[in-house]
Design a protein around this ligand. Structure first.
Ligand code: PEP
Ligand code: MN
Length: 354
C-alpha cells in the first residue's frame, strides 16, 4: 500500500466495530450495519484480547481472522485488529488484515513493541499505537520511534486515556494535554481518539468525541456491537451501529483552517487586528512599568513602603467593577491586575535596591 491510509483520507477518519469478535454472525452483522450508516471508514474487532485478569473472555483467537476477511470482502472496508506479539503480526499478515493496532497494555512494554516492530520489518502496513496505560508521554513516543526505526511509514496514534485510582467518571482519565503534547512533538503523526475506552460508559461518548474534534484530532475509534448489553467484553461502553450512526451525525466537525479563500482572508484580517491590539498591550504594559519604576524612585527618596494595602484593595475593586461593565469575568480581571501588580512590585524592589 503506497498511499497512506492516514494522510489521504478525509477528517475525521472513522473506525468502528466491536470490542471483540465473538461469533462470525455477530461480527459480520455489526460490520454490515455500521457500513449501512455510511459513517465508517474502517472496521475494528479485537481477536486477541489483553484482559486485566485471567478468566475473562480472552478473545476468539486466529479463528476470527477469516471472519475479518469476510467483513472486508462484503463491505469493501479495510479491517484492523490488535496485535501484541510477533506471532499475531504474522497471522494478520497471512490473512490480509489491512491495519494493525498496538494496545495500551502492550505500549507500556518496550520489549513487546520492539518484537512487533521487528516482525514488521520490510512490511509497510499501517500501524496505530495506543497510548500506554500510564500517563508517560515518552513511553508513547518511544513506541512510535521503534516502529519508525523498523521502517514503517504509516503510523497513527490512538488516545484512549490513562489508568487512575480514585473517584471515577471516566474509565480512563483523558489527560488531553498529554495528547496535545504528543502532537507538538510528532506533528506528522495523526491522532485518533478512542472515546469508548476513555468513557467506559455510553452516555459520555458524544461529549468526548466532540472534544476530540474541537481539538482537531484526525479521527475516532468507537466500539459498536449489535447487542451491546450482551457483549463478551466492554459491554457498558458499546453502542449499536444505529446509535453510532446518529452520534456521528450529531458531531460538529470544525476545521483548523477554512477551505474557502474568502473566509481565510477574513480570518487573517481579524488575526492582524488582534496582533495590533496585542502589540499595543505590550507597549502599554511597558509604559505602565516605567511609571512604576519612577514611583519606586520617589518612594526610595521619601522612605515610603512599596505596598500600601489600602491602595491595592481600591485598585482591585475599581477594576473588577469596570471589568464587569465590559463583560470581563472577575476571575480574569483579578488574575490580570494581580499579575501587573506583582510585576510592578518586583520592578520597584529593583529600584529600591538601587
Ligand atoms: C480495545 O481496543 O478493545 C482495547 C483492548 O483497548 P486498550 O488497549 O485501549 O485497552
Ligand atoms: Mn474494548
Amino acid at each position: 500500500m503506497n498511499t497512506s491510509l492516514f494522510e489521504n483520507t478525509k477528517r475525521p477518519l472513522l473506525i468502528a466495530g466491536p470490542c471483540s469478535a465473538e461469533t462470525e454472525q455477530q461480527l459480520v452483522e455489526t460490520a454490515a450495519r455500521l457500513h449501512r450508516t455510511g459513517k465508517v471508514d474502517m472496521i475494528r474487532a479485537g481477536i486477541w484480547k489483553p484482559r486485566t485478569r485471567p478468566g475473562s473472555f480472552e478473545g476468539i483467537g486466529a479463528k476470527g481472522l477469516p471472519w475479518l476477511q469476510r467483513v472486508k470482502e462484503e463491505t469493501g472496508l479495510p479491517v484492523c485488529t490488535e496485535v501484541a506479539k510477533a506471532s499475531h503480526v504474522e497471522m494478520c499478515l497471512e490473512f490480509g488484515i489491512d491495519v494493525l493496532w498496538i494496545g495500551a497494555r502492550t505500549t507500556v512494554n518496550p520489549f513487546a513493541v520492539q518484537e512487533i516492530a521487528e516482525a514488521l520489518k520490510g512490511v509497510d502496513i499501517p500501524v496505530m499505537i495506543k497510548n500506554p496505560i500510564n500517563p508517560d508521554l515518552h513511553l508513547w513516543i518511544g513506541g512510535v520511534e521503534r516502529l519508525v526505526n523498523a521502517g514503517l511509514t504509516q503510523i497513527a496514534a490512538i488516545h484512549r486515556g490513562f489508568s487512575f485510582t480514585g473517584e471515577k467518571i471516566f474509565r480512563n482519565r483523558p489527560h488531553w494535554q498529554l495528547a496535545i503534547d504528543f502532537r507538538q512533538e510528532l506533528p506528522q503523526i495523526p491522532m485518533i481518539n478512542d472515546p469508548s475506552h476513555i468513557c467506559g460508559r455510553r452516555d459520555l461518548l458524544l461529549e468526548v468525541a466532540q472534544k476530540a474534534m474541537d481539538l482537531n484530532f484526525h479521527g475516532l475509534m468507537i466500539e459498536s456491537h449489535i447487542t451491546p448489553d450482551e457483549a463478551w467484553s466492554d459491554a457498558q461502553q458499546q453502542i449499536t451501529p444505529e446509535v453510532y450512526g446518529d452520534m456521528i451525525s450529531a458531531l460538529v466537525v470544525r476545521h483548523e483552517m477554512p477551505d474557502d479563500p474568502m473566509k481565510l482572508s477574513q480570518l487573517e484580517q481579524m488575526r492582524k487586528q488582534i496582533d495590533l491590539i496585542d502589540d499595543e498591550l505590550i507597549h502599554i504594559l511597558a509604559s505602565r512599568m516605567k511609571l512604576s519604576r519612577d514611583i519606586g524612585k520617589y518612594k526610595r527618596e521619601n522612605d515610603i513602603t512599596i505596598l500600601q494595602q489600602n491602595r491595592w484593595k481600591e485598585i482591585l475593586e475599581k477594576y473588577l467593577e469596570k471589568g464587569r461593565m465590559s463583560g470581563l469575568s472577575d476571575d480574569f480581571v483579578s488574575r490580570f491586575i494581580k499579575a501587573i501588580h506583582d510585576e510592578s512590585i518586583t520592578q520597584q524592589e529593583d529600584v529600591m535596591k538601587g
